[in-house]
Design a protein around this ligand. Structure first.
Ligand SMILES: Nc1ncnc2c1ncn2[C@@H]1O[C@H](COP(=O)(O)OP(=O)(O)OP(=O)(O)O)[C@@H](O)[C@H]1O
Ligand SMILES: O=P(O)(O)OC[C@H]1O[C@H](OP(=O)(O)OP(=O)(O)O)[C@H](O)[C@@H]1O
Ligand SMILES: [Mg+2]
Length: 282
């Protein structure tokens, strides 16, 4: 039975459960449940603190985990990213009161408050910067106002929390994060059960980002039309009863669907339809 760690709280937990559900796995019904077995899929899910997940996976007791890239790096655990999942996107940045710091050079001798001490210490060490770090559990934006630190390093999603605290980011982003699947470093990802799990999640990602497009076009326009809708491998082209016309079917990125429909129409394609993809295996 595959043993999988899933975030039990916070920004990752809802979207992770939704994705697993879409991939056909049973999920817990109550937010207090700490583990459930999905016998049909031969998977056991453990609901753990997102911060602890890479540590459990690196110990080898759990096969796979869903966590944030920033949390993986922060933990320093012996685990590696095997699939990005495209949700819980954020950047990790330094911030301070406007006018008090312009770049990382200004960190020298300063005190930095953060909940992600691992990331910050590594970044300072890599840059050869001498600064002190204060570890706080959360709400680090307030640390400057209360005099605990001059700089903070924190997750930024919309930037609302920083704005509300009267702070401004400075320097380049320390890292970009999103939800990821992790596995113990060097563990065999070719294992059939692991591969099946990854294929299911990849199927959800494709179903979320692509739509199916169908249209009719004249044979003379086929090359131009296919250039607009090359599909993932190659589009399906079928003859129509009306001579000189073909029907084309191809997957296209959902974000580009409207523009592609306009372009197809402009070259004479008609009966252009897009439909959602509910699930897929590439
Ligand atoms: N607005 C956000 N706030 C916090 N984390 C976010 C946000 N957007 C994305 N994330 C990502 O979610 C993960 C942090 O989740 P975690 O559950 O530890 O913190 P949280 O959502 O702040 O929850 P809490 O602080 O209530 O425990 C990180 O990978 C982080 O990059
Ligand atoms: O850029 P934003 O969209 O404002 O999101 C980022 C903020 O959200 C998180 O805080 P959270 O609410 O989780 O509180 P915490 O600091 O106590 O973890 C994070 O620590 C930032 O403060
Ligand atoms: Mg938080």
């Amino acid at each position: 039975m595959l043993r999988i760690a899933v975030p039990n709280k916070g920004s990752l937990s809802g979207p992770a459960a939704d994705m697993l559900h879409e991939a056909g796995y049973q999920q817990r019904r109550e937010s207090k449940e700490l583990r459930i077995v999905d016998p049909e899929n031969e998977v056991e899910f453990f609901y753990l603190r997102p911060r602890d997940i890479a540590i459990y996976v690196s110990s080898g007791r759990l096969d796979i985990g869903i966590t944030g890239r920033d949390l993986l790096i922060d933990s320093g655990a012996d685990a590696e990213e095997i699939l990005p999942l495209g949700f819980a996107r954020s950047t990790f940045r330094f911030a301070a009161k406007p006018g008090t710091a312009q770049g990382v050079a200004d960190l020298k001798g300063r005190t930095i408050a953060t909940s992600y001490e691992g990331i910050v210490q590594k970044h300072l060490a890599d840059g050869g910067i001498d600064a002190s770090v204060v570890h706080l559990d959360g709400a680090v934006e307030t640390a400057i106002e209360l005099g605990v630190a001059e700089v903070i390093a924190d997750v930024v999603e919309t930037g609302t929390s920083l704005r509300n605290a009267g702070l401004e980011v400075f320097g380049e982003p320390i890292m970009k994060s999103e939800a990821i699947v992790v596995r113990r470093t060097g563990a065999d990802t070719e294992e059939p059960k692991v591969q099946q799990f990854l294929r299911r999640l990849q199927g959800v990602l494709v179903a979320r980002t692509y739509v199916m497009m169908d249209y009719d076009c004249r044979v003379e326009q086929l090359e131009k039309a296919v250039a607009l809708t090359p599909g993932l491998e190659s589009p399906t082209v079928s003859p129509l009863h009306n001579e000189g016309w073909v029907a084309v079917r191809a997957m296209v990125p959902a974000k580009e669907a409207q523009r592609i429909m306009d372009d197809l129409y402009a070259i004479g394609a008609r009966a252009i339809l897009t439909t959602a993809i509910h699930a897929c295996r590439l």
